[in-house]
Design a protein around this ligand. Structure first.
Ligand SMILES: [Zn+2]
Length: 393
C-alpha cells in the first residue's frame, strides 16, 4: 500500500461545491488536488464510477465497536480504530465512561500507546473523558458508584498518563469545583463539553462563557426544557459558541427534536456522533458498558437495571443516512455534520474537508449512502467487496 493515490469518483463533495466526475489526488498522505477528471494530468490509480467522495467521518464520541470497549488496553483501542473504517470513520475520539480514577489513568496511557502504533484503521485523534464528574440525577447509563465532583488533580493525572493525547472532557457544569476544572482543562488545551447535567439556564450560559464549547448528546442526559427555566438545553440551543452533539439513530431523539436543534443552530452548530458501545456491529444480546450490564434488542441498547438508554449501536454512515432519508436533509449538510463540523469543534484544523493541504481522509459512498471504501491518510484501509473497478496497473 502507498499513501499516494489518484482516486476517480462519480461525484465529490468539496466545501463549496458538488463536483461531477472528479479525481482526488493524494500525495504522501495529504490531499494535493480535487479536480475534474479532464483536468487530472495522470490516470487514476482507483476508480469508483458511481462513488460519492466525501471527507472521512469524524466520530468525537465513541465507547466501543465490534466487541471492544474503550479501556486501559491499547489493543482494544486499535481494534476499534480498525473496525470503524467499515462505517466510513477516518478519525475517532475514544470515549471513556465514568470509572475509578486508576482506570481513567490507564485509558490515558493506553491512548498514548495506541496513537503511536502502526495500524490500518482510523486516526486515533485523542481521548475523550465522559465523566466521572457528572450529575447523578442525569447519569443515564453512567455508573453511579463512579460519579464524583470535579477535581483538577484527577484531570492532571490522566493528562500526564496520556502524554498529550487527552483531547476532551465532558462534565456537568453545576457541580462543585466545575469553574476551576473548566479553567484548568482549557489551560491544558482540552475541549470541554457539558453533559449528563441538570444545569439551569444561567449556570449553563456562564459555563459556556467560561470555555465549554460542546453540548454532549444534546437533550439526552440533560434536565428537560421548561418555558420558565429553559435549562442547559435552552442555553445550548441559543449559544452560537456551542456545538450540539446529536445521536441520530432515531431512538435517542424524536425527529422533531433534531429539527429544532437544526432550526435554532443551523447545521453548522450541530455535529453527529455515534455514542456507540462495544455491541455495535454485533447481534442483539447481553453486553456491558463500563461496569453496567446492558441488553441490546433490535439494535437499541438499554441498562438491564432500569431500562435507560445505554449508549447506542449507531454508526456514522447510518447517522448520515438517517438525516438524509428520514429527515430529508441534503447530503452535503448531513456530511458536514459528520466531518467538518466535528473536526472544528474538536479543534482539528488538518481534516474534515476535501481540500488541498488537508489530510487524505476520504470516504466513498454509493448511491444509497453505504460505504464503498475508506481512505485514511491516503491509504485505502477498507474496501467493500467488488466496490471498485480494477484499474490499478
Ligand atoms: Zn457517551
Amino acid at each position: 500500500m502507498t499513501a499516494s493515490e489518484r482516486i476517480a469518483v462519480g461525484q465529490a463533495l468539496t466545501p463549496s461545491r458538488q463536483l461531477e466526475g472528479t479525481v482526488v489526488t493524494i500525495e504522501d498522505g495529504t490531499i494535493e488536488a480535487v479536480q475534474s477528471r479532464a483536468a487530472a494530468e495522470r490516470s487514476p490509480t482507483r476508480t469508483y464510477p458511481d462513488g460519492i467522495a466525501v471527507p472521512g467521518f469524524v466520530d468525537a464520541h465513541i465507547h466501543g465497536y465490534a466487541g471492544d470497549a474503550v479501556s486501559g488496553d491499547p489493543d482494544g483501542l486499535v481494534n476499534i480504530a480498525e473496525g470503524v473504517v467499515e462505517t466510513g470513520v477516518t478519525s475517532l475520539f475514544p470515549t471513556t465512561v465514568s470509572a475509578p480514577q486508576d482506570e481513567l489513568v490507564a485509558a490515558g496511557a493506553a491512548t498514548a500507546t495506541a496513537v503511536d502504533r502502526d495500524h490500518d484503521g482510523a486516526s486515533i485523534a485523542g481521548l475523550h473523558l465522559e465523566g466521572p464528574h457528572v450529575n447523578d440525577d442525569q447519569r443515564g447509563a453512567q455508573d453511579p458508584a463512579a460519579l464524583r465532583d470535579p477535581a483538577v488533580e484527577e484531570l492532571q493525572a490522566v493528562a500526564d498518563a496520556a502524554e498529550g493525547t487527552l483531547a476532551r472532557v465532558t462534565l456537568a457544569p453545576e457541580l462543585t469545583g466545575a469553574d476551576e476544572f473548566i479553567q484548568a482543562a482549557r489551560e491544558q488545551g482540552l475541549v470541554v463539553s457539558a453533559g449528563h447535567s441538570g444545569a439551569d439556564f444561567e449556570t449553563a450560559t456562564t459555563a459556556f462563557d467560561a470555555g465549554i464549547s460542546i453540548a454532549t448528546h444534546l437533550y439526552n442526559g440533560m434536565i428537560g426544557f421548561h418555558h420558565r427555566e429553559p435549562g442547559i438545553i435552552g442555553a445550548s440551543l441559543l449559544d452560537d459558541g456551542v456545538t450540539a452533539e446529536l445521536i441520530t439513530d432515531l431512538q435517542h431523539l424524536h425527529p422533531g427534536a433534531i429539527e429544532l436543534a437544526l432550526a435554532a443552530k443551523g447545521h453548522e452548530g450541530c455535529m453527529l456522533i455515534t455514542d456507540a458501545i462495544a455491541a455495535t456491529g454485533l447481534p442483539d444480546g447481553e453486553y456491558s458498558l463500563g461496569e453496567m450490564d446492558v441488553v441490546v434488542e433490535d439494535g437499541t441498547s438499554r441498562l438491564v437495571e432500569d431500562g435507560s438508554l445505554a449508549g447506542s449501536t449507531l454508526t456514522m454512515d447510518a447517522a448520515v443516512r438517517n438525516l438524509v432519508e428520514e429527515l430529508g436533509l441534503d447530503l452535503s449538510r448531513a456530511v458536514r455534520m459528520a466531518t467538518d463540523i466535528p473536526a472544528r469543534a474538536m479543534e482539528l484544523d488538518d481534516r474534515g474537508r476535501l481540500e488541498p493541504g488537508l489530510r487524505g481522509d476520504l470516504t466513498i459512498l454509493d448511491g444509497d449512502l453505504t460505504v464503498q471504501a475508506t481512505i485514511v491518510g491516503g491509504e485505502v484501509v477498507y474496501e467493500r467487496e467488488a466496490a471498485r473497478e480494477a484499474t490499478r496497473q
